[in-house]
Design a protein around this ligand. Structure first.
Ligand code: GPP
Ligand code: MG
Length: 281
């Protein structure tokens, strides 16, 4: 069936991955801690005591600690959005199971629209908003972030939390520049390949293969932002801050097998975990 939401074979294969990846303890068991379901990684040091102590509670303590680091990552992203008022509208590009969107509404009281090309994720995230009684303020749509169908110039802020490796950056930032207001803020957290070490390393290629994504080089972000009137304000290298998350995850009962590729890529310097905040001019 042809769809105007899913335009290419690549997008259909990405949607199929997220529509069928429904039994993912690394995300569901973490989300069950406080009903915030994330699809991104974590930052900050972990408490090493979770790996010790009573065996009966160890597993749950590791899960809770991984979840705390993932929520800390989302909080850090929200810290960079600038002032957001309750009557502001914001957009979550690639909203997953809704975690960052719900946190944004809790913090700012703003209205959030999230878009995802996975109908399963959209349904899951809308259920979360309904269960919290905030479905009138936090809405998730089965839409493509390259074509959000939101009115032009209406958003005070937009973020992408580890989703830009699924799209062409030129197309993405053209659309974001359209829907942001003048002076609105865009925040991106992403993993990107290091131009200085060359093209994709083996470890970065393994990550691409694992998630069916296409990790961009660092240079591509700044070129596409500048080309579309998005002027970087803050660039934060979070690589050192995310390594502890991967070390803890590698020792956890929810490890998926991709942990060593991330640790290798970050430690060899072929890959960076970056936050970029930019203003629409
Ligand atoms: C996944 O989060 C995030 C991505 C697939 C994007 C790739 C990110 C990079 C920084 C390269 P997830 O929470 O669904 O992954 P997992 O199931 O492994 O926890
Ligand atoms: Mg995860």
């Amino acid at each position: 069936m042809t769809s105007t939401i899913l335009r290419t074979d690549f997008e259909r294969s990405v949607a199929a991955y997220w529509n069928t990846n429904r039994n993912d303890p690394v995300n569901l068991r973490l989300g069950e801690v406080d009903d915030l379901y994330h699809h991104h990684y974590g930052v900050g040091p972990y408490d090493p005591s979770v790996l010790e102590g009573p065996a009966g509670t160890r597993e749950q303590r590791i899960i809770a600690e991984l979840h705390r680091l993932e929520s800390a990552q989302a909080d850090l992203l929200l810290d960079h959005l600038g002032p957001i008022a309750p009557d502001d509208l914001v957009l979550d590009g690639g909203s997953g199971r809704g975690g960052t969107s719900i946190m944004a509404h809790q913090r700012f009281g703003c209205e959030v629209d999230g878009v995802s090309i996975s109908e399963y994720q959209v349904g899951f995230a809308n259920d979360q908003a309904a269960r919290r009684g905030i479905a009138d303020r936090v809405r998730f749509h089965f839409r493509n972030m390259l074509d959000t169908r939101l009115p032009s110039g209406t958003r005070q802020a937009i973020w992408t939390n580890e989703t830009t490796m699924y799209v062409g950056l030129g197309d993405l930032y053209r659309e974001f520049a359209r829907v942001l207001r003048f002076g609105g803020r865009y925040v991106c957290i992403t993993g990107c390949a290091n131009d200085v070490t060359g093209l994709r390393s083996k470890a970065v290629s393994r990550i691409n293969e694992h998630y069916t994504c296409d990790i961009h080089p660092r240079s591509a972000y700044f070129r596409a932002l500048t080309d579309n009137g998005l002027v970087p304000l803050n660039v934060v290298d979070l690589t050192a801050a995310t390594i502890p998350y991967w070390r803890l995850r590698a020792q956890s009962p929810v490890a998926t097998g991709i942990e060593e590729a991330f640790l290798t890529a970050y430690q060899e310097g072929s890959f960076h975990y970056l936050l970029i905040a930019a203003d629409r001019i």
